[in-house]
Design a protein around this ligand. Sequence first.
Ligand SMILES: *Cc1c(COP(=O)(O)O)cnc(C)c1O
Length: 378
Amino acid sequence: MTGENQVATLTDAWDFAVELRADPATAEARGAVLAKPGFGQAFTDHMVVANWTSELGWHGAKVTGYAPLKVSPAAAVLHYAQEIFEGLKAYRHEDGSVWAFRPEVNAGRFKRSAERLALPVVPEEAFLGALRALVTVDEVWVPAAGTGETSLYLRPYMIATEAALSVRPAREVLFGVIASPAGAYFDTGPKPVSIWLSSTSIRATPGGTGAAKCGGNYAASLAALAEAVANGCDQVAYLDAVERRWIEESGSMNLFFVYSDGRIATPELSGSILEGVTRDSVLQMAADLGHEVEEKRISADDWRDGVRSGEITEVFASGTAAVITPIGRLAWDGGEVVIGDHSVDHGVGPVTATLRKSLLDLQHGRSPDPHNWLTRLA
Ligand SMILES: *Cc1c(COP(=O)(O)O)cnc(C)c1O
């Protein structure tokens, strides 16, 4: 096959047909959702689906009415968790246009996750095409600009649909995108969360799936989350699997430490940490703001002792859903430390607040985009 033919095939396979649903939400019903979107509760009128088989490759890509999927009870995903996903947001700017934040980085991560889970790869252009196709059809669901932090959350995913209980990479797969209006994660401005240092649960191991965004990692983290909640905390921090000493991440967010001399550090990518788009962007923005940034190993002892001595002044978590979340307390079996000055600004430190605002302003088009991080979707 010549290169030209390959390009033509790719284009045809990912030419999204549009099947508009006959019964979209009324303007009133949609308005009610957009007035108070919450997170991941309500979905837009349409969704993207595309099918893959080992015989035909990708085919049937379309935008169609949002509806339950029909899958066999023997579908491999239900038994062996052959599944990956992504999460990113579409932001309405003041002039009405709609933009995604570094979607090509999500596309690249989706590709690496697919390879790790033995799923077929969705080409970057097709991944971006799927986002564009859905947002174009459901544009009325993108919250208005100027309402602060609202966006349309986009959730690409891929599942093994083949009805076969033998353990091997599935020969039938579904790729989809759904979309959900998202409100400000914090109703009344960011509030510090508390973190439980799990001494019993490990999220990811060397050679495991920690660097892939797959549902299995989340399923395995729910018991530790329940343990955190039972101990009065909001989230978990996981240690490395080998020495049980080094801080990895919080299971859906990456972690950052701010030092009294202005340095900002995050655990270095170890192969078992999920490489967050927000993490990478915070590293760049912090450097742009003049901070010295480091990716290094940070132990639980470093965290505890650094907070106690005053060397660590702020700790925060980063991820697409909550952007930047201040952390106000670290607790473990037998003790705790309180981070930052809770008598001012609800305990949100100045560096955390500045980075949070800088990132949100860029995403919502309220400040320049020096690194060309925004891609127009509609
Ligand atoms: C998605 C995710 C993050 C955050 O990544 P972003 O790209 O910044 O949203 C962090 N940790 C885990 C385990 C994740 O799945």
